[in-house]
Structure formats: C-alpha cells, structure tokens
Design a protein around this ligand. Sequence first.
Ligand SMILES: [Mn+2]
Length: 286
Amino acid sequence: MSSVNLLMAERKPALILERRNSRALVVADLHLGWEATLVKKGINLPSQAPRMLNRLLALVERYKPEMLIFLGDIKHTIAWAELEERKVIPSMMDRLLGVVPRILVIPGNHDGNLEELLPEGVDLLPSSGFSLWGEFGLFHGHAWPSPELLGCRLLVQGHLHPVVSFRGAWFRITRQVWVKAPCQGEALARAVLRRLGVRVGDAQPSRLLKELFNVKLRVEELIVMPSFNDFLGGQPINLEESGWEDPALMGPVLRSGAINVEDADVYLLDGTFLGTVRQLRRFRFS
Ligand SMILES: [Mn+2]
C-alpha cells in the first residue's frame, strides 16, 4: 500500500511518497543561482539558497525520509554553472547528506554540468526518470520517460512551475498550484513506444509494452509539482497563452495528447480546490 502526501497542511511545494516503512521526500525546480542572473538585469535579490536549505532541513527533520529526490532543475544556468551555483550546490548537498541516507537527482533541462557539482554519495540518475518502488514514476518533464515508468500508477514531474494567475483591472494575483491530470495509459504507451522506434500499428500499446519491455501498463495520473523555489515565476495554467500550450515548453508527455490538462484538478498549496483547468480557463474577473 503506497500513499502520496502533498504536504498541504504545511503549505509546502514538496511531497512525501510512502510505502510501508519507506518514505521519500520529493522537491522540484530549485533553480539555484537564479538570483545571480538577475543581478545582470540590475535586480538585487538575496540568494534563496539558505532559505530553501532550511526548508529542506525542516522537512527532513519532521518526516525523516530515507530518500531525498530532486526532480530536476537544481541549478539555473542551463549549459554551464555560475559562480553562485559552484559555491552553493556542493555545500547544500553536503549538509543534506548529513541528515538523509540517500539523495537522488533526476536532471532537468537546466542541469548541464551538474555532475561535477555533486559530492560523492549523491546519485545522479538518467533524465528518462526513475521508478520508485514500481509505484511512482518520477521525471523532470522536459525529456521522455523510460518505458519502465509506465508501469507506475502515478507519474510526477516538475518543469512547468504551475501557478494560477488572476488579473483584474488594477491587480494581478499569482499563486503556486498542484496540478493533477488524468492520463490515458494506452495513448501514453503508444507515444513512448513510437519515440523508441517501435512500429505500433494496430497493436494494443499495452501488449507491446509487456512483450518488448516486460512492463505492465498501470499509469493513470500525472501530478505536476510546483517549484520549490517560490520566488520564481511560473506557467499560469488558467491562461491559454502560457507554457501549457507552448509545444517547446510543455515537454513530450504533455505534448503526447495522453494527458487531459483541461480535466486536471488544480489545488493551492494549502489544499484549496480551485476547480478543473477547464473551469479556471472560463473564469474571468471583470
Ligand atoms: Mn525545467
């Protein structure tokens, strides 16, 4: 029996995955070093790294996970590493290794050259993701997940930093949200198989998945996590001109047509249910 805790009582953009006595803390999109890139634009924001480290330490202290999983985009500069990242990432990981037995990192699109910043003891996984206990398929969202992840009931990704944004005549309110979208397993299996060069034709994708990869298709839901760095902007899910409709940004799984974003449920960090994406897109102030 496994469970998902979206930490709504704590209003944190982090989740706990649990099975029997095993527990994993999952966070996405820290974008460390982001503030340093703002300095060049003349904006001076204090580094968010100490704040995020303290929040991580508090969550580890409270939930005592045996694993801490970073779901991509730990750092911000895409290809290389800024001075800030070179300083902050190794020391943050060292501190966390002192309190949690295992740290796993699934790279995102901003994590180029991350490997050299990770101390020994931190496991860098492939960007095609990681199947946790065969129950949870974890990947960043910019790259295709491996076939193995389709054997998980629930997929979890980051990458889009989901928010809702309400604009009136004189104000604009933006809040981070959780997005829980239904996923058509057969359609996603078809897309993943095609990507791997399998001729699907009239065959049932789930049968091919079993025959070729020995994976039993189980996926039925996708959660898109809010970013752990809450200073970052995000993609407003209720505005159609956002990254949720941009093929370059949305990533292959959302682009595959298997995820029904319009029917996704949207929650604020405190658990308030805002409705489905379809309902939110119809709603207008003024
Ligand atoms: Mn990303």
